[in-house]
Design a protein around this ligand. Structure first.
Ligand code: PBG
Length: 328
């Protein structure tokens, strides 16, 4: 039988050539920021809940970057694992100009001047309380006092060669304060990628294991956003834009694609989405059991993050996905 159909959408899917000609969303290495963990030790230490990811020694980091750059990755984000004896209640080590991150930034910049270096601004890796901000004796997270330290941290990073400063702390007013500090310090060319809509998510668990940065008490709900909210994300986006952010981020990605899409519609700035540690861990766990085809589901997921409206994706799969896309 022949159905009386004028429209047959399948005609646009009938060959690989037509499908690629009609493809609406593209995914390539140019879209990725590759987050990497670094520590001061001599060995690369596997992270149990993130198979394939390690706390890298400086030497290990160089090797990993070599491979990533080779795969086409042009932007990396660096996260430090700091020993407990360097942590204190006000995160002093976060702005030590001779600290791990400034040291690593200089070495990497020296070797790959074109590679864009993204640094996280927040106190949690440096805080004996494991919070992104300074904790008062009564348990409150102090906003303005924290922002003062974050500005010093951002400056130390910029001085050492960071190209993009990414405040992930969710304190109010930090984007504007950091912009002013950078400009006053002569770093008008350093960008700010604001963690605009960072949710109080259970998907960060493996990352906190990686950095040993879990809160020692309480949770992060008084500064990170309620997963139930999207209008609030638009409010944060408006503020970050007014305060001088160059790019806006939504985090996590998979469970928040509607937020990515809402920000895409509401702003002319580039939008980034962070496929976080818990998302990575889920793909790895299912793939290890043979329950999912890792390569196929990861590329599908990354494509869907782009389709939702993200220009940029932070992903622990950045290197592998770049290779997969290139067909190797
Ligand atoms: C710290 C920070 C976190 C992540 C990025 N920066 C953890 C947190 O807020 O507790 C999470 C990244 C991931 O889970 O992959 N400010």
């Amino acid at each position: 039988m022949t159905l009386d159909l004028r429209e047959r959408p399948r005609r646009n899917r009938k060959s690989a050539a037509i499908r690629s000609a009609c493809r609406e969303t593209h995914l390539g290495p140019e879209h990725f920021i590759y987050p990497l963990f670094v520590h001061g030790g001599d060995d690369d230490i596997p992270i149990t809940s993130m198979p394939g990811c390690r706390r890298l020694s400086v030497r290990g980091l160089m090797t990993e970057l070599e491979e990533a750059v080779d795969a086409g990755v042009g932007m990396v984000a660096l996260f430090p694992k700091i020993p407990d004896d360097l942590k204190d209640s006000v995160g002093t080590e976060s702005h030590n100009p001779k600290g791990l991150i400034p040291d690593v930034l200089k070495r990497v910049k020296d070797r790959w001047p074109e590679l864009m270096l993204v640094t996280d601004v927040a106190l949690d890796p440096y805080s004996s309380d494991g919070h992104d901000g300074i904790v008062a004796p009564d348990g409150r997270i102090l906003n303005d006092e924290t922002v003062e330290v974050l500005c010093k941290q951002a400056l130390a990073q910029a001085e050492a060669g960071a190209d993009i400063i990414a405040p992930s702390d969710m304190m109010d007013g930090r984007v504007g304060a950091i912009r002013d500090a950078l400009d006053d310090g002569g770093f008008t060319g350093v960008s700010i990628l604001a963690y605009t809509a960072k949710y109080a998510s259970a998907f960060y668990g493996p990352f906190r294991e990686a950095l040993d940065s879990a809160p020692r008490g309480g949770d992060k709900k008084t500064y990170q956003m309620d997963p139930a909210n999207v209008r609030e994300a638009l409010r944060e986006a408006g503020l970050d834009e007014d305060e001088g952010a160059d790019m806006l981020m939504v985090k996590p990605a998979m469970a928040y694609l509607d937020v990515v899409s809402a920000l895409r519609d509401a702003s002319t700035l580039p939008i980034a989405a962070y496929q976080v540690s818990g998302e990575y861990a889920m793909f790895k766990a299912a793939a290890e059991r043979g329950w999912l085809d890792e390569r196929a589901v990861v590329l599908e997921m990354l494509t869907s993050i782009r389709r939702a409206g993200a220009d940029i994706i932070l992903s622990y799969y950045a290197k592998d996905a770049s290779r997969w896309i290139a067909g190797s």
